[in-house]
Each structure stands twice: as C-alpha cells, then as structure tokens.
Design a binder for this molecule. Structure first.
Ligand SMILES: [Cu+2]
Length: 131
C-alpha cells in the first residue's frame, strides 16, 4: 500500500508539472512527420555484374535512389565512376569479388558513366533525374 501511495504521489507531481507548461506538448508532434517523408520516397535498385556485363548496363533513376551492384563473376570487378581509363570520382567501389556488393546513393541529378578498372570494356551508365 505504501508503494501505491508513493506512485500516486509521483504521478500527481508529473501531472502538475505537465500541466504547468501548456506550451510544450504541441512542438514534438510536428517534427517526426517531416523526417519520415524522405525515407519513404527513397528507392533501391539492383544491378548484377555477370559475364563481364553490368545488367542492366543503362539505367535511369530518380534522385535519392540507392543502387546495389552484385558481382556474380568468379573474378574481381569494380564499379568506378568515369570513362576508361579516367575515374571521375563520384564513386569507386575498388575491386570486389564474387558474391560481394557495392552500393551508392545518387543525390545529384546527372549522367554517371562507370566502368571496371580491370576490364575497360565493362561499362555502364546511370542517369539520375529530378523527381
Ligand atoms: Cu572487371
């Protein structure tokens, strides 16, 4: 019984504190709604690297898209932004082996050619467009 009365006393204090600051409650409800929106809009797409080909080798996506490349070949490849033999610097996976993945999120519209640093005939393009 003693614990119950203490609990009741504490909750009475908490209620009085909450009621003492009427301007506080409306603020937290507005913030979370705004932060959830971009997460729901973002998308993920997959590209396989198979038989020395990016599949698909040409892709158009909206800003905010994350692309995941998966190496299906039993040899190392890279996903390097630029045109052979010149990396452009927006992204570069480095060489990665069979079964491994590399992902990159495109936040700026534009054309992003890319290639494998070891096999320069292996090339692809990502076109990023505003939503
Ligand atoms: Cu390669």
């Amino acid at each position: 019984m003693k614990y119950i009365s203490i609990a009741m006393a504490l909750s009475a204090i908490l209620v009085s504190v909450a009621c003492g600051t009427p301007s506080a409650p409306p603020a937290p409800t507005a913030v979370p709604a705004a932060t959830i929106q971009p997460t729901a809009a973002s998308k993920t797409m997959n590209i396989d690297i198979k038989l020395f080909t990016y599949k698909p080798d040409s892709l158009q996506v909206p800003v905010g898209t994350t692309i995941i490349w998966t190496n299906q070949d039993a040899i190392e490849h890279s996903v390097t932004n630029g045109t052979p033999p010149n990396p452009a610097g927006a992204f570069d996976s480095g060489l990665f082996t069979q079964g491994k993945t590399f992902s990159f999120t495109f936040t700026t519209p534009g054309d992003y050619p890319y290639f494998c640093v070891r096999h320069n005939s292996l090339q692809g393009t990502i076109k990023v467009v505003a939503q």
